[in-house]
Write a protein that binds this ligand. Structure first.
Ligand code: SAH
Length: 347
């Protein structure tokens, strides 16, 4: 067991076992909520800090940080205690700051346009590691304007497939929304999945207030299976049924991500077919001009073209917007920064 993975009761048990008074237990709990390591728990006696250090912390440290001069987006590369590197991003919007967190080191899903999956999944992240990313970012970029916290919104859209790390992700969601934890509203959290259908049904029950984003990227099974191997297990019709179940259960719209890939899924006929698929569903389409990954050989589209595709959808009464481009100048896309740094380290 790691400190960062423990809930308040588990912390109480672990600290209580050291025979210290209750107020010390509360102090340790407060520090851990803020992701602070035992050695930095400044109001504890040194002997207690050393005793606490006998249990591994299980968090992350900032290995590298890049700030976009263009929009202030901060891209972090975190180092885990086993030496693995994983990305996170802080994006500044008018309504608050959003962090994009990873759920796995690498990914097993094999999507043809994505850099995160090029070498498979190294391992899944534990809840405490994901909580630690948040705490490290909060500490690194302190709140401004007297606001209580830096981060108001979370998107699980970094590397990894969150539903392929289901239990840890659901535990993370419970902890991060808890009043005894960071207390971030579930409504301000989005989870993005490539479409592991049975897990979507489970998520609807376990975390109904979280916004569901589905990476759709194609309107036909032929193209989707070519781009996303998961589609062979759970084709579009089953996926859209799960999306409808989410809408029915939560009354909230489902978000579909659609990466525009030049010559693959970006024609007016594609927009038309997509609109027909989604007709009548409470949903929103988030268009992303593909961020071409060198190793992948797929083309993006211009932003102007993405707006044209948006208009085709809007004309067909489908709500759609083009995702704001954040940190494109600092390798903001999935898995790109980690890859570049790993390539540098490996020479
Ligand atoms: N595994 C999850 C979440 C991670 S990726 C999922 O599949 O949804 C977050 C989003 O970025 C997904 O929609 C993913 O398909 C998309 N994405 C991955 N690589 C991309 C690239 N090179 N350009 C644009 N979008 C990309």
């Amino acid at each position: 067991m790691y400190w960062m993975d423990m809930n308040p009761e588990e912390i109480a048990d672990a600290v209580g076992a050291l025979g210290v008074p209750n107020f010390r237990i509360r102090q340790v709990q407060e520090w851990l909520i803020r992701g602070v390591r035992p050695k930095d728990m400044t109001n504890l006696p040194k002997t207690l800090r050393e005793q606490l250090d006998a249990i591994p912390f299980g968090g992350a440290t900032i290995y590298q940080k890049r700030v976009s001069p263009k929009d202030g987006t901060v891209k972090y590369l975190f180092e885990l205690e086993d030496g693995n590197l994983v990305e996170g991003v802080l994006m500044r919007y008018s309504y608050g700051n959003t962090v994009c967190l990873s759920t796995q080191v690498g990914c097993n899903m094999g999507c043809k346009f994505c850099a995160s999956t090029l070498e498979g999944c190294v391992r899944s992240l534990r809840p405490g590691e994901m909580l630690s990313f948040l705490a490290e970012i909060e500490r690194d970029e302190p709140q401004v304007d007297g606001k209580k916290r830096t981060v108001t919104n979370i998107v699980l859209m970094g590397s990894g497939e969150p539903l392929d790390n289901y239990d840890n992700v659901v535990t993370f969601l419970k902890r991060v929304t808890s009043e005894q934890g960071p207390n971030i509203s579930a409504r301000n959290i989005s989870l993005s999945t490539c479409g592991i259908v049975p897990k979507i049904y489970r998520l609807i029950e376990d975390a109904p207030h979280v916004t569901l984003s589905i990476s759709l990227h194609a309107h036909s099974d032929e193209t989707r299976s070519e781009l996303m191997p998961i589609n062979r297990a759970y084709p579009i019709e089953q996926l859209l049924e799960a999306a409808k179940a989410y809408v029915d259960r939560t009354g909230r719209r489902v978000v579909f991500e659609y990466a525009l890939i030049g010559g693959k899924n970006d024609s007016e006929a594609d927009a038309n077919a997509l609109a027909n698929r989604l007709k009548g569903m409470l949903c929103h389409v988030n268009l992303i001009p593909l961020n071409p990954v060198k190793e992948r050989g797929l083309d993006g589209v211009t932003r102007a073209y993405a707006y044209q595709f948006q208009k085709w959808l809007n004309d067909r009464r489908i709500s759609a917007t083009v995702r704001r481009e954040m940190g494109a100048d600092i390798e903001g896309a999935c898995g790109q920064l980690r890859r570049r740094v790993l390539n540098e380290i490996r020479g």
